[in-house]
Design a protein around this ligand. Structure first.
Ligand SMILES: Nc1ncnc2c1ncn2[C@@H]1O[C@H](COP(=O)(O)OP(=O)(O)OP(=O)(O)O)[C@@H](O)[C@H]1O
Ligand SMILES: [Mg+2]
Length: 385
């Protein structure tokens, strides 16, 4: 039977006398029916929901929450942030192995009930780990998008910066919320919560948090979708790793992925004849987030200059400056930038090109470059670090 999974969850809610859970899943069922063309059935469900007490009426509209969003009692800040993400497939690029793993997870979540009936379902939990800016949060958003569920992002900072002992209570509320509300629960910057036991200052408190986290994860029904994302995988407790049967390791993009990212992020602003291979080569070791930033900056420059395409040299210049900052090399003056760019990609940044980019004369550029040799030595020194 189609939509059996929602019906079962409504039944669970009713059996547990949990009206908001039943209402939430009924709202989701109405949405799904509507999308599949059964509009009249959807209307009947929503009409029934509208007769429920006031708080429940929210569930008629699948985009709102019937259960109250959990809050930290001390700071009165919400510990979960609800969003409805739109990460389109066109803007979502993963290395092939990660993409495959992602699809496997989507399909396991979608067919959870069927897998459970055959006794081969594993819990719907995935751990995303890897360096900053490699697309972990974006992947969680894309997942929510594909599953047509809201994304409930746990604010780990609000969760743990509260009174001592309050954290476990906050965790409980967050997991109760996730159980009652159809959503993808995202524990972002997960390391803040799940650092290894015993190697921190406040060992006692940290241990209690990890234990509370494990208990909450264990108590969660397997169908609830949980995503944990971290860029500090070494710090995660081994007992936590075991609770996530699906894992995706992220890394800075390889050449093929960099090319796809440049192309999709420059969009129609990519100038004809752009040397993609040069961009791909020069952006080795750079994250997707930085490529995105460079593209947006270059596009912004084009828009301000009222030109329909981004300037290839400007793209490379922005990339060079981003890379200098990644290497901890600050460029406070234009002279520093010019020297750095020249030392970084001598062929691409001829004196004439630099003069054009910085709207100065080639003589001024050549004056700036007089310290070039010193600059180059410095660059090379830093590269070798
Ligand atoms: N593989 C990718 N495909 C498409 N966009 C990407 C990719 N990697 C990074 N981005 C872009 O970079 C930006 C940052 O990505 P995201 O926030 O997902 O990184 P993250 O891995 O969660 O980083 P952090 O560990 O710092 O939280 C996003 O706006 C996203 O569009
Ligand atoms: Mg992130």
């Amino acid at each position: 039977m189609e939509h059996l999974s929602e019906v079962l969850k409504i039944l669970d809610g009713a059996l547990k006398a949990n009206a908001s859970m039943a209402g939430n899943y009924a709202g989701l069922l109405a949405d799904k029916l509507e999308r599949s063309g059964a509009r009249e059935d959807a209307v009947r469900i929503r009409e029934r929901l509208s007769r429920a007490p006031a708080a429940m009426a929210y569930a008629q509209d699948g985009s709102r929450m019937a259960s109250a969003v959990p809050m930290d009692a001390d700071s009165r800040l919400e510990t979960v942030d609800i969003s409805y993400s739109e990460v389109q497939a066109d803007n979502f690029h993963l290395p092939s192995a990660a993409a495959r793993r992602f699809q496997e997870f989507v399909s396991a979540v979608t067919h959870y009930d069927r897998l459970a009936a055959s006794g081969v379902a594993s819990v719907n939990r995935i751990l995303l780990h890897g360096p900053p800016g490699t697309g972990k949060t974006m992947t969680a958003r894309r997942l929510a998008n594909e599953l047509k569920l809201p994304l409930a992002t746990v604010r780990c900072d609000t969760l743990i910066s509260s009174l001592l002992g309050q954290t476990s209570r906050n965790l409980r509320r967050v997991f109760d919320f996730a159980e009652q509300t159809p959503c993808v629960l995202l524990l972002d910057e997960f390391d803040a919560l799940a650092s290894a036991r015993g190697n921190e200052r406040d060992v006692g408190e940290l241990q209690r948090i990890v234990i509370a986290l494990l208990q909450n994860i264990d108590a969660l029904p397997g169908h609830v979708v949980v995503v944990a994302a971290t860029n500090f995988a070494q710090g995660i407790d081994a007992a936590v790793w075991r609770r996530f049967p699906y894992q995706i390791s992220f890394s800075n993009p390889d050449p093929a992925l960099r090319e796809a990212l440049w192309k999709s992020m420059l969009r129609d602003f990519a100038p004809a004849g752009l040397h993609w291979d040069e961009l791909v080569r020069c952006s080795d070791g750079v994250s997707g987030a930085i490529i995105e930033q460079v593209c947006q900056d270059a596009i912004r420059t084009a828009v301000m200059a009222e030109t329909p395409k981004a300037d290839p040299a400007e793209i490379l210049r922005r990339l060079g400056i981003a890379i200098s900052s990644l290497r901890g090399h600050h460029l406070p003056s234009i002279e520093d930038e010019v020297r750095w760019l020249r030392a970084w990609q001598e062929e691409a940044f001829s004196q004439r090109e630099l003069a054009r980019l910085y709207a100065v004369s080639t003589r001024q550029i050549s004056n700036m470059l007089r310290g070039q040799n010193a600059g180059k030595t410095e660059v090379e020194e830093r590269r070798s670090v």
